[in-house]
Write a protein that binds this ligand. Structure first.
Ligand code: S3P
Length: 171
């Protein structure tokens, strides 16, 4: 069943927002967008290069602008955010104003860190483990503001997670 509900996936770097989003869109037979990918395509720069060259604050401005454009032009049912997108008040307000439901994918830091280490994606804000742990702890209270909270168990694959979200939210 697909009644057209739209969701954004949030959560810490490495939690699996992109892969869960891909599977969920496949299950829904619908379109999905990945904000990080959208930003790199529009800006014609890698996110890591933007953060390294211009700083995180400048990146957040670019990210918010791209989120706005994405939500203006795309009707995708599934949108995977970057790990910091949801931490910006204006981004959360915008997402709510568009009627999208936010889903926090929550996992342990070690699970996220394992994925960060083994992925090819360059993540400037997760180069140092101690700083990444601090960011992880600091952000929990903001991720918590999402409409839905999905706790990832170690045995779940990203397909399992997408299927469970589908069963719980879309059926
Ligand atoms: C960020 C997460 C990254 C990317 C950027 C900043 C963050 O996306 O948007 O490096 O602040 O957590 P992923 O969560 O997909 O790694």
């Amino acid at each position: 069943m697909n009644d057209g509900k739209r969701v954004v996936l949030t959560g810490f770097m490495g939690v699996g927002k992109s892969s869960v989003g891909r599977h969920l869109a496949q299950i829904l037979k619908s379109e999905r967008m990945d904000l990080d990918f959208f930003i790199e395509k529009n800006e014609k720069r890698k996110i890591a290069d933007i953060i390294d060259a211009d700083g995180e604050a400048a990146y957040r401005v670019i990210e918010s602008k791209n989120l706005y454009h994405l939500l203006e032009k795309s009707t995708a049912q599934v949108i995977s955010l970057g790990g910091g997108t949801w931490t910006i008040d204006a981004n959360r307000e915008l997402i709510k104003s568009k009627g999208l439901t936010s889903i926090w994918l929550e996992s342990t830091f070690e699970h996220c860190w394992y994925n960060i280490k083994f992925s090819h994606k360059e993540r400037p804000l997760a180069r140092d483990k101690a700083k990444a742990i601090k960011l992880f702890e600091d952000r929990k209270k903001i991720y918590c503001l999402a409409d839905w909270h999905f706790v990832i168990k170690p045995e779940y694959s990203s397909y399992d997670i997408a299927q469970l979200i589908y069963d719980e939210y879309f059926c």
